[in-house]
Ligand binder design. Structure first.
Ligand SMILES: Cc1ncc(COP(=O)(O)O)c(C=O)c1O
Length: 384
């Protein structure tokens, strides 16, 4: 029997948008009444080549028809090709890849690698940082409700320092630190970008203290800053990068891309995942990256972002525009949640952030200039 009424069997842990999505294309989400919504939330930074890009759909269908899954006990060309592609698109010497299924898992694995290599436990992270909901990543995430989860699991909390505060970072570092974990552009805190100087200091401090520099690019990676890795955008190379969200444009996948020296003693069984690097998500990721390259979406991000930032800075009640590329935070002089709700009346979806006055924009990398104009028109109407 079809159940048509909303169910109450799901845990009510998500604040939801006021629509039921049944389809999507490009920057648009289609609801069950056929209405089209401009998706400046990008399905939470996931729809990188847009919703249901025909090339991604075809790659998924083709792979699923051939073989949906076999375990990592069997080598698979798609997995190998995707690893090679990620290495090609990452700054040297990042050269080895491990696949898992989500952002939290990718962070969990890069933390594990850093602790394994250094033999140390302590991790330094940033205030405003957000890294996932496994016990180890909760311990690194800023916010009492997250840290409480780590405490319940008995996991030691990270040392948290003010983002972009070089002196505070220096103070937090000593020879017990295994790693600094940070987002080059913080997502949840409202698209707050690191300064290049801060990242350079983090690199130098890690080198001085024998610690590893880990970038969480789960939200800001895969082209969102206008470069494939945010690391490249900032000109600082970490020891490892975690990616997820936009990598396969909607199929679950996580990747850790590491420098060989971090893993040169790795052995069979040291890491693992049943579903990690499965044939279908790898096919989706390869097709998605193919679209990003063929349609020159990184150039699109840079160009349309410049247009968005310039115009958004002139809007009434916008105090400042934060972030890079298509991870932007509009700091307002009023509650962002009210503006987000106001935009629903114009069928426009955006994100909020842990800063109650910052509205977050994370559209598909394919957002066109004309679509950015529609977003700006709606914002102008709501902010007037
Ligand atoms: C920066 C960052 N890291 C990690 C995560 C966790 O990713 P996932 O929800 O795929 O576990 C998120 C999710 O929003 C994120 O934004």
């Amino acid at each position: 029997m079809l159940i048509e009424a909303p169910t109450d069997t799901l845990l009510p842990v998500y604040a939801t948008f006021p629509l039921r999505a049944v389809a999507g294309h490009g920057s648009w989400l289609v609801d069950d009444e056929g209405n089209e919504w401009l998706d400046a939330y990008g399905g939470h930074a996931v729809a990188s080549s847009g919703h249901s890009h025909p090339d991604v759909v075809a790659a998924i269908a083709e792979q699923a028809a051939k073989l949906i899954f076999y375990s990592t006990a069997v080598p698979h060309a798609g997995r190998e090709q995707l690893a090679d592609t990620l290495v090609r698109l990452s700054p040297e010497p990042l050269g080895k890849v491990f696949f898992c299924n989500s952002g939290a898992e990718a962070n969990e694995n890069q933390l594990n690698l850093a602790r394994r290599r250094t033999g140390r436990t302590t991790v330094v992270t940033m205030l405003g940082g957000w890294h996932g909901r496994t016990a180890a990543t909760l311990a690194c995430t800023d916010g009492e409700r997250y840290e409480a989860g780590a405490r319940r699991a008995g996991v030691p909390l990270s040392r948290k320092v003010r983002f972009n505060d070089i002196a505070a970072l220096e103070q937090a570092m000593d020879d017990t630190v295994a790693a600094i974990l940070l987002e080059p552009v913080q997502g949840f805190s409202g698209a707050r970008a690191a300064t290049p100087e801060f990242l350079q200091s983090a690199r130098a401090l890690c080198d001085r203290h024998g610690a590893k520099l880990l970038f969480d690019e789960v939200q800001c990676g895969v082209g969102r800053t206008g470069a494939f890795t945010a690391a490249e955008h900032f000109g600082v190379t970490p020891d490892a990068i975690a990616m997820a969200k936009g990598l396969a444009a909607g199929l679950p996948i996580g990747a850790v891309i590491v420098v060989p020296s971090l893993v040169d003693d790795i052995k069979v069984g040291d890491l693992g995942s049943t579903f990690g690097g499965g044939p279908v998500p790898c096919a989706a990721a390869l097709a998605n990256i193919g679209v990003i390259e063929r349609e020159d979406l990184l150039a699109n991000v840079r160009q349309v972002s410049a247009q968005l930032v310039a115009a958004a800075s002139q809007l009434p009640h916008v105090v400042q525009v934060h972030g890079r590329g298509f991870l932007l935070g509009l700091e307002l002089d009023r509650p962002a949640a009210d503006v987000q709700r106001g935009l629903w009346a114009h069928r426009v979806l955006t994100g909020t952030s842990t800063d109650p006055r910052t509205l977050r924009l994370l559209p598909p990398l394919s957002l066109a200039e004309s679509e950015a104009d529609l977003l700006l028109q709606a914002l102008r109407a709501v902010l007037m």
